[in-house]
Design a protein around this ligand. Structure first.
Ligand code: HEM
Length: 401
């Protein structure tokens, strides 16, 4: 069936928000909410380059947990055959399981707990310098750089190169499709990161440390050391997975707290509420939509996928489902053990979730210890950026000193 025929048999979405660049604030989540109520799936596009969007919460969650039908061979809906292989996110089956086993010791809650004090020191150092200024951009001056430094230290990369990493990461993940139609900006940035990592890896082979890259140098698969290319593709994915996600989530956290003074007052008064707040930010402003490639023809929850079709699985479909979360768009501190879908589901569920939660909690705790009272600066623009993730691009704040 051609894309046009698909569109005639099921709903069609025009201009679905995917790598679509700047948009008015909240429009992404509002679109997903509208699509969820409008039908269980859609075909986006009107030619053979289109893709399915699942908008039934149950179907989205099950798709993540059905890896034999929904392959991770490509996770970008518009690019079924990308010229790169990020590891482990683009692996399937046994190969994927092997990598996850190798990675597991680096992400245990215990190991993450061990680095907590160091992570806090980084947060305090940045915020302490901002506090006397009376104004700063919570994202540009803190939310972007803080997870970058944490990540670089974890990987054993020189922290003084953090700005270069920020630029590469932006080019790889947040360049709107209109500005990068052939994805050359993104691919070039990947090449530059790769060249940089080549040098780092060579140095670590000669003089390994305690960091994640050094750990990976000793990994073996079927008795042989992992290949240089695989190591590189693993490091690249870590750059992609570990930086932008925490930054985007922090952009929403600060935006929310600046515009919801009652919620802010509650966490200032009682910082034991911060973990619950972080869970709600992850849920209400879920930032990720990844895709899968169908391995065969199937009728999945009624959606007639054909072998090779790309299928987009927006996490927000499930994370803001009113049937699971009453009053779903409100940040509530009392949801208790409500399921958290922001980190995905199934075999690819985020291995960095403990680290991410810890970074987010520390960022919120320390910011409010130093700068509890603030307001959005008038330079704030009510826009969001829809790239690989959804984020508020800048959160300028001001406060009394
Ligand atoms: C708020 C922060 C974060 C969010 C919301 C998030 C979300 C996700 C999601 C939804 C996936 C699944 C993708 C898929 O199914 O295709 C994923 C995978 C992954 N994440 Fe995260 N993540 C975050 C932070 C991190 C951090 C801090 C790291 C590491 C330093 C990390 C490393 C990874 C890796 C390596 C994968 C691939 C796992 C696999 O394919 O098996 N993430 N993340």
């Amino acid at each position: 069936m051609t894309g046009e025929e698909h569109a005639m048999t099921v709903g069609r979405v025009e201009g679905y928000p995917y790598y679509s660049g700047p948009a008015s604030l909240h429009s992404y989540h509002a679109t997903i909410d509208r699509l969820r109520e409008g039908g269980p799936f859609y075909w986006n596009g009107n030619d053979d380059n289109g893709y399915w969007v699942l908008t039934d919460p149950q179907a989205v969650m099950e798709a993540y947990k059905t890896p034999d039908l929904f392959l991770s061979d490509s996770v970008i809906a518009t690019d079924p055959n990308p010229p790169f292989k990020w590891i482990p996110i683009m692996l399937d089956g046994d190969e994927h399981r092997t990598w996850r086993r190798l990675m597991a010791p680096a992400f245990t809650p215990r190991r993450i707990k061990e680095i907590e004090d160091g992570v806090r020191v980084h947060a305090v150092r940045i915020i302490e310098a901002l506090a006397p200024r009376g104004k700063a951009d919570a994202l540009m001056d803190f939310g972007n750089i803080f997870p970058t430094i944490v990540f670089m230290e974890l990987m054993g990369l020189p922290v003084e190169d953090a700005d270069r990493f920020l630029a590469w990461e932006h080019a790889m993940l947040n360049t709107p499709a209109g500005e990068d139609p052939d994805r050359s900006i993104s691919v070039n940035a990947q090449r530059e990161v790769t060249e940089y990592l080549e040098l780092v890896i060579a140095a670590k082979r000669a003089d390994p440390g305690e960091d994640l890259i050094s750990m990976a140098l000793s990994w073996q698969i079927d008795g042989a050391p992992i290949s240089h290319d695989d190591l590189m593709n693993y490091c690249l994915l870590m750059v992609i997975g570990g930086l932008d996600t925490v930054q985007s989530t922090l952009s929403w956290a600060f935006y929310h707290l600046a515009t919801h003074p009652d919620d802010r007052a509650r966490i200032i008064e009682d910082d034991s509420l911060v973990p619950a707040f972080v869970e709600e930010i992850l849920r209400v402003y879920a930032i990720i939509q990844v895709a899968r490639k169908a391995s065969r023809d199937d009728d999945f929850h009624g959606c007639p996928v054909k072998k090779g079709d790309m299928v987009l699985l927006p996490i927000s479909v499930a994370a803001r489902d009113p049937r699971t979360y009453p009053d779903p768009t409100t940040v509530r501190f009392d949801r208790g053990t409500a399921p958290q879908f922001a980190f995905g589901a199934g075999p690819h569920r985020c291995p960095g979730l403990d680290l991410a939660r810890r970074e987010l909690r520390i960022a919120i705790e320390e910011w409010h210890r130093w700068i509890p009272h603030y307001a959005l600066d008038e330079s704030f623009r009510a826009i969001e950026e829809v790239g690989a993730q959804i984020r508020v691009p800048a959160v300028p704040l001001r406060w009394q000193v």
